[in-house]
Design a protein around this ligand. Sequence first.
Ligand code: GLC
Length: 631
Amino acid sequence: MECINQMISEMNLPEGDRQLIQDRMARHAGRLREIYFHLYANQDETHEYFTDLLRLILQSWIDREPYLKEKDEQVVRFPNWFYSNNLVGGVCYVDLFAETLNGIEERIPYFQELGINYVHLMPFFKVSQGDNDGGYAVSSYREVDERLGTMDDLRRMSRQFHENRIALVADFVFNHTSDEHDWARQAKLGNPKYTDFYYIFDDRAVPDMYEKALREIFPTERPGSFTYKKEIDKWVWTTFHSYQWDLNYANPKVFNAMVGEMLFLANCGIDVLRLDAVAFIWKEMGTPCENLPEAHMIIQAFNLACRIAAPALYFKSEAIVHPDEVIKYIDPAECQLSYNPLLMALLWTCLASKEIRLLRLSMEKRFAIPEGTSWVNYLRCHDDIGWTFSDEDAEQLNIHGFFHRKWLNEFYSGEFPGSFAKGMLFQENKKTGDARISGQAASLAGLEKALEEKDDHKIDLSIKRILMMYTIIMTIGGIPLIYLGDEVGTINQYQFLDDPHKASDSRWMHRPAADWKKIQKRQNQETTEGKIFSGFQAIIRIRKEHLVFGGNKMKVMDVGNDHIFAYLRENCGYFCWCFSNFDQEAHTISPPPFGNSGSNVQVDDLLTGKSYSPGNDMLMEPYQTLLLAWK
Ligand code: GLC
């Protein structure tokens, strides 16, 4: 603490600022030090590195613009802003949605028309030309991809977001850099400072030992986890693509450097960083190198740096792993937000099987998360769908995990007879029999096929499926996230098959450029686009009008019918029963009592306005959702 105080006093700060930063340091620097010295105990110069880190954190805070410092104070006062029922998210690629960052700024009215105020822009940083994993191979965290704009555009856009009360979410691709990042270039030249930034080996001996316990992430495109780099005659650790070099977090210089990049992004006005591929950041021989305790410590240490230098910045975990592991990243001291991959996968699972037992059981067991954290619920994103439910949960219901996944892949690739879906397998691993699914929500829900068949009834059913699933996303508790394009029923595109950089990655089928002519049709209620868009607007309006949809208190209910997914929401003294019929047939159920006031109370469905009372049977049409709210 002495050295920190000295550092602060050397900075000649005004009295109020000095007090503020001293307080924050007093609150967080001790824990940061503990973690740091645990991770880097064996380094001779750990003390020096830690001092560098503190200096960097202080400088980032000093460089932070006044309006962001004000935001910091607000977030410190209202840390759980993400519980608001007013919050609705959207996610898109900058180039595909609006061409440039300036284009995104011009689309603010569209976001407002739809009702979204949490916008995740997928990576917009400098990348290599050609294949760059859709921006997830970053060549500089401090430069915007010149095709999308400049750093000034980013800063201006983030101010505009701020003024329009839109939270800006961006990726922190921190497990790896591209092989064209300056650090990687230096490493290729043999500069020892930078060869230590990555995992680089002379031959296969060590990689072979590691690989014994590793899982392959992109088995069809690049088997194994290491890539031979001819130009340097060495093997490099590349968990994902061969041009994405894993960073070596066992090196404190890497940790410090990445804290610098992170705080730089915070100072550009980003509110939430999506921590990309969190599970992989720590390696230990003999383990799968996923979800290791040190990976959690690294994130906690990042988080502490933010609490000091940029408290407005929050993290969203992208851990698409077993649900027992997903939950471990969710903590106010680690990631305040997390994708909910289990809910996502199970919604699709149940849509295919038309019964909800696995969803009911899993949500009952696994939805609750600590106070001060929130799920980000989504149905689709730019990635594939991995069937990451727990085999142990499935077993309890006599569902065999492996065969169920196999069947889901058949169903969603459209192979299964009678399937309404059109999707494609992603990364089919012939050795293990594993595969995931690519496809737009609308195509997976049957719209594409129905349109091809020009079958109005099927079109109608597919629209109902999309809206039912998104209604659950909007009401179950947490921040709902729309994969932009879904709000107008965007279907798969197949042009990617003609592009040699993309053809082997079926995820490109659900990454089309926004078709603004199609989006324009949202104004016309007679069109499919209009029906879906107005359905989205209605659910969003209902979410925003009813406090009950804030927070994440949710209780799953068994209504004695395995086609109906039911849960009770509660927030601020308000209640809402939500029922969704996953079957293509109608079902009748008896509603549970509303509140404690006896069985004669009538409540209205927020979606249709129709009244229901307990004791009277309730008819649920195919894919209908009922939202029965009371105080
Ligand atoms: C994340 C991204 C995915 C990318 C991978 C490697 O999972 O969502 O698109 O391929 O990380 O960065």
